[in-house]
Design a protein around this ligand. Structure first.
Ligand code: ZN
Ligand code: ZN
Ligand code: ZN
Length: 775
C-alpha cells in the first residue's frame, strides 16, 4: 500500500540547502515525489509505504540544515500518483512571497579548506561559497531566492559549476552564488581614482600596500571597509583625519580567535559570539599594553573585534602577516557606507590610497553588526549584517505595518502575521545620503517581503526626517507614537509580554507629549497607551543641540538650578576653569528662556556629571561623555552612592538631582578622586531607580518592569540595576535580540500602532493587562 502527502513549509528554507537535504531524506527511504521552492517557502510531495512516509515527515524538521529556520509546517493527504524517483522541480513564481530570505553568512569551514588547498579548482578564489555560506540578503532583489533574481545573474555558470549546481548530491546544489575562477566575480586592485593597477595578484598588491601603512578601501559583502594595519599608529591617525572621525572607536578584524585573545579578555561566551556564523563585531574589554595602536579606541574600556567573514578577508590575513586590521565602515563621518564601485571612488576616493574592488553588485548596503555579552546574554547594539532580514517573532498576529523609527541610529520595521522584520542599521537621517538609504530600504524590504502596509507608525517629533516622510504618505493610516512608549513597547514585544508594565526608559532625547525633551522616564505602559508615572525633574538645556555637543553647558545649568547664581563662587576646579563671559551668557539665556528647552534626559545628567568632575567638556560622538564616565567608575570599588530626592509634583513623581550635585561639589572640595565620584554617581542613580520602581509598584501593584533606552548600553548601570530590581522581587525584562537604543524604536512603534488600530478591527483582539502564555 502507498500513501502520498503534501507538506508545505514556511520560514528560511530557500538558499540554505533545504531542497538537497529533503532530496537525500527521500531517496534514502526510496520514496517518490518532488520538492519545489514556492513564494511561501517550499512544497514537498512524498509518496511511499505509510511507515516510511511517516518516518520522513517526523525526521524532516530535526535534521534540517544549520541555516534553515522553519516557522510553519502544514501536512495534508493527497491521492497517489504514478511517479518514480524523487525530483527537484524548478521554482514557482507569483502568489504571495512569504518565504524568508536568509541573512548573509560567513564563509564555512568546508569552503575555507578548499580555498587553501592547492589541488582544488577554487584554490585562493576570493568568492568561494556553497549552500551553507556566502552572500544572500545583499545580493537578492526578489523572491523566490534563485540565481536569476540575484546580482549573480550577471555571471553565467561554467560547465563545472553548472554540474555542481544541478547535482543534488553536491554540496553546491542550488547554491545561488556558486562561482569559480572561470565564471565568477573577480577582484581588481585600483588606485584612488579607481583606475586598475597592472597586477595579476590583487590580494598580494593589497597586502603590500597595507604593510606600507596605506589606507585600503575594500569592497566586501554589505559595503566598503577602510582597512589599515591596526599596529601602525601613523596609519590609523591618517585614516581618522581623512575620515573626519576624531575619537570614535574603530573596529578591528583579528586574524583568528587566538589573536583576539591577545587583545581582549575573552571567555567561552565571547569566543562563541566571535565565531558564530553571523560574525558580528563583539565589544570586549581590551587588555592593557597590547600592540594595537592606542588611537584605535582611545579612552575606551572595550575594543570592537571581529573575525574574518569573507574569503577576501581570509586571503588578506593568509597572505599578509597582520594580527589585526582596522576595518571600519567605508564612509565619511556619519554618511552611509558606500556600495557601488563608481560611487565609492567619487565619495571615498579622497580617503583611500587604493581600492580592492570586485564586480559583484551589492544590492542593498548592510553594515557590520555590533553585539556584546552582558548579564549572561547577547545584547544587540547594532543589528545588521548576519541578522537582517531574519524576523523577530511576536506572540500575536498584527496587521501589516511600516514603522519608520526615530532619527539617530535609525531602523525601520515591517510586520506580517506574527513576524516583525527590522531593517539593517540605516544611520542618522540628518544627511541626504542616509535619508536616501532610508527610502531605498523601505522600498526594497517592502518588495522582497511583499508587505503593503495599511498603517505607518512614526515618532511624535515634527522635525525628524522619518516623521516628515511618513506625513507625506497617502492612502494609509498614520499613527504617531511617543518615543519612550515605543522603547518600552519594543522591550515588551521582544519578551512576548502584554501590559501593563512599569517601563524605565532612559536615554538622551525623545519628544514628549508636552513638547519638552524627555529622556529619564518611568511609564506605566501597555501597548495601547501609557501614563507618565515619573521623570527626572526638568532642567534647561542652554543652546539646545549645542548643549549636547558641549556638556559643560548642562553642568552650568544643573549647578545654577541647585545653588542659584552663587555657584560661580564655588571653590571647585570646574568653576575656576569656567570662562566667566561664556557662563554669564548662558545664565542670561536660561533666565530669559532663550533657546533653552527643558529636558528630563538621563543622558544629559551623565553629561553634566562628566563635565563637572573634569572628564569631558565637549564630545565628538554620541554618548562619549557617558562612556568615559562609566570607564572612570569601573576603576573604583566604592560602594557608597549620592542621594537623589524623589518627590510628588504636578501629578507625578519627579527625581530631583539637587542632592546629587551638592554631594559631588562637596567631594570635589574635599579633592575626592574622579573615579570615586563617578562610582558614587552610578551607585546612587541605580539605588534611586530601584527605590522609584518600588514606589510605583506600591501604587500600581505591577511587578513586571521593562528596561529600555540607550542609557542601558552603560553596563555598570544595566547590570547593577537588574541585580538590584531582582533582589527586590521584580520580574525584570530587558533587550537582547533588539537594540536597547534607538535602533529598536521601530519595533515598539509597530506594536503600539497595531494596538491603536487593532481596536477597530474585528479579527484582532488586543488584550491589555492579560498574561500571555504563548512561547
Ligand atoms: Zn561554504
Ligand atoms: Zn565556474
Ligand atoms: Zn531613545
Amino acid at each position: 500500500m502507498q500513501v502520498r502527502k503534501e507538506i508545505q513549509i514556511a520560514g528560511v528554507v530557500q538558499g540554505v540547502g533545504f531542497r538537497p537535504y529533503v532530496y537525500r531524506l527521500a531517496t534514502d527511504r526510496n520514496l517518490g515525489g518532488n520538492i519545489s521552492n514556492t513564494p511561501a517557502g517550499v512544497t514537498i510531495e512524498v509518496q511511499g509505504p505509510p511507515d516510511l512516509v511517516e518516518d520522513f515527515v517526523s525526521q524532516l524538521p530535526e535534521g534540517a540544515p544549520a541555516l534553515a529556520q522553519i516557522t510553519h509546517v502544514f501536512v495534508r493527504e493527497m491521492p497517489c500518483k504514478p511517479d518514480g524517483c524523487f525530483e527537484i522541480l524548478s521554482s514557482q513564481t507569483g502568489a504571495h512571497a512569504s518565504a524568508l530570505i536568509s541573512p548573509d553568512v560567513a564563509v564555512c569551514g568546508d569552503c575555507l579548506r578548499e580555498l587553501f588547498d592547492p589541488q582544488d579548482r577554487r584554490y585562493l578564489y576570493p568568492f568561494i561559497n556553497c549552500t551553507n555560506c556566502g552572500p544572500r540578503f545583499t545580493i537578492v532583489w526578489d523572491v523566490p531566492y534563485d540565481r536569476p533574481r540575484t546580482s549573480m545573474s550577471a555571471f553565467p555558470m561554467c560547465g563545472q559549476c553548472r554540474a555542481e549546481y544541478e547535482d543534488p548530491q553536491n554540496r553546491r546544489f542550488h547554491a545561488q552564488p556558486n562561482a569559480c575562477w572561470q565564471c565568477g566575480p573577480q577582484l581588481e586592485f585600483c588606485n584612488a581614482h579607481g583606475h586598475p593597477m597592472k597586477t595579476l595578484d590583487p590580494i598580494g598588491a593589497a597586502v603590500r600596500r597595507l604593510g606600507l601603512g596605506d589606507i585600503l578601501a575594500v569592497k566586501g559583502l554589505g559595503g566598503f571597509h577602510f582597512a589599515v594595519d591596526a599596529m601602525n599608529s601613523a596609519a590609523v591617525e591618517r585614516l581618522r583625519q581623512r575620515k573626519q572621525r576624531v575619537e570614535k572607536p574603530l573596529a578591528v578584524m583579528v586574524r583568528d580567535l587566538q589573536a583576539a585573545g591577545g587583545f581582549c579578555e575573552i571567555d567561552a561566551e565571547a569566543r562563541r559570539l566571535l565565531d558564530c556564523r553571523q560574525r558580528p563585531i563583539v565589544l570586549l574589554p581590551k587588555m592593557k599594553g597590547t600592540a594595537i595602536a592606542e588611537t584605535v579606541a582611545p579612552n575606551q574600556r572595550d575594543l570592537g573585534v571581529f573575525l574574518p567573514y569573507t574569503p577576501v578577508h581570509h586571503l588578506l590575513f593568509a597572505l599578509g602577516k597582520f594580527a589585526a586590521l582596522v576595518m571600519t565602515s567605508g564612509n565619511l563621518s556619519e554618511e552611509p557606507i558606500a556600495i557601488d564601485n563608481r560611487e565609492a571612488v567619487d565619495r571615498i576616493g579622497s580617503i583611500a590610497d587604493f581600492f580592492l574592488l570586485h564586480d559583484r553588485e551589492i544590492l542593498l548596503r548592510c553594515d557590520d553588526s555590533v553585539v556584546r555579552p552582558s548579564a549572561g546574554r547577547l545584547r544587540q547594539i547594532r543589528r545588521s549584517r548576519g541578522y537582517v532580514p531574519a524576523p523577530v517573532r511576536l506572540h500575536k498576529e498584527i496587521p501589516q505595518i511600516l514603522a519608520v523609527g526615530g532619527e539617530l541610529k535609525n531602523t525601520i520595521c515591517l510586520t506580517r502575521h506574527n513576524l516583525a522584520f527590522l531593517s539593517q542599521h540605516l544611520g542618522d537621517l540628518e544627511n541626504i545620503e542616509s535619508f536616501d538609504f532610508f527610502r531605498d530600504a523601505i522600498a526594497y524590504l517592502s518588495k522582497i517581503l511583499e508587505i503593503e502596509p495599511e498603517v505607518i507608525a512614526h515618532d511624535l517629533h515634527p522635525d525628524y526626517f522619518s516623521t516628515k516622510w511618513a506625513l507625506t504618505q497617502k492612502g494609509v493610516r498614520l499613527v504617531g507614537v511617543q518615543h519612550h512608549h515605543a522603547h518600552i513597547a519594543a522591550c515588551m514585544a521582544e519578551n512576548h509580554i502584554d501590559g501593563p508594565v512599569i517601563g524605565l526608559a532612559l536615554d538622551g532625547t525623545g519628544y514628549g507629549t508636552d513638547g519638552q525633551i524627555w529622556g529619564g522616564e518611568a511609564l506605566i505602559a501597555g501597548y495601547r497607551s501609557f501614563e507618565r508615572a515619573a521623570h527626572f525633574a526638568y532642567v534647561a538645556l542652554p543652546g539646545g543641540a549645542a548643549a549636547i555637543r558641549e556638556p559643560w553647558r548642562i553642568a552650568v545649568s544643573y549647578l545654577a538650578q541647585t545653588f542659584g547664581e552663587s555657584f560661580l563662587g564655588l571653590d571647585i576646579p570646574f568653576v575656576r576653569e569656567l570662562e566667566r563671559g561664556k557662563a554669564e551668557l548662558i545664565l542670561r539665556m536660561m533666565a530669559q528662556r532663550v533657546n533653552s528647552p527643558l529636558t528630563s534626559s538621563c543622558g544629559r545628567l551623565f553629561d553634566a556629571v562628566a563635565a563637572l568632575i573634569g572628564i569631558r567638556q565637549e564630545v565628538s560622538y554620541e554618548a562619549q561623555a557617558a562612556i568615559e564616565l562609566e570607564m572612570a567608575a569601573r576603576s573604583s570599588s566604592e560602594t557608597g552612592g549620592y542621594p537623589f530626592a524623589i518627590r510628588r509634583q504636578d501629578g507625578c513623581w519627579q527625581i530631583d538631582s539637587s542632592p546629587l550635585f551638592c554631594g559631588i561639589v562637596q567631594d570635589l572640595r574635599r579633592i575626592v578622586c574622579t573615579e570615586t565620584i563617578s562610582r558614587r554617581f552610578h551607585n546612587g542613580l541605580v539605588e534611586t531607580l530601584a527605590r522609584l520602581a518600588c514606589l510605583l509598584r506600591e501604587e500600581s501593584s505591577i511587578n513586571r518592569i521593562c528596561l529600555s533606552g540607550g542609557t542601558f548600553n552603560n553596563l555598570l548601570v544595566f547590570e547593577y540595576l537588574i541585580r538590584k530590581l531582582e533582589s527586590c522581587g521584580f520580574e525584570v525584562f530587558t533587550h537582547s535580540d533588539v537594540p536597547t537604543g534607538d535602533g529598536g524604536l521601530s519595533l515598539g512603534q509597530a506594536l503600539v500602532a497595531a494596538h491603536s488600530v487593532g481596536s477597530r478591527r474585528s479579527h484582532f483582539p488586543p488584550q491589555e493587562g492579560s498574561r500571555c502564555d504563548s512561547d
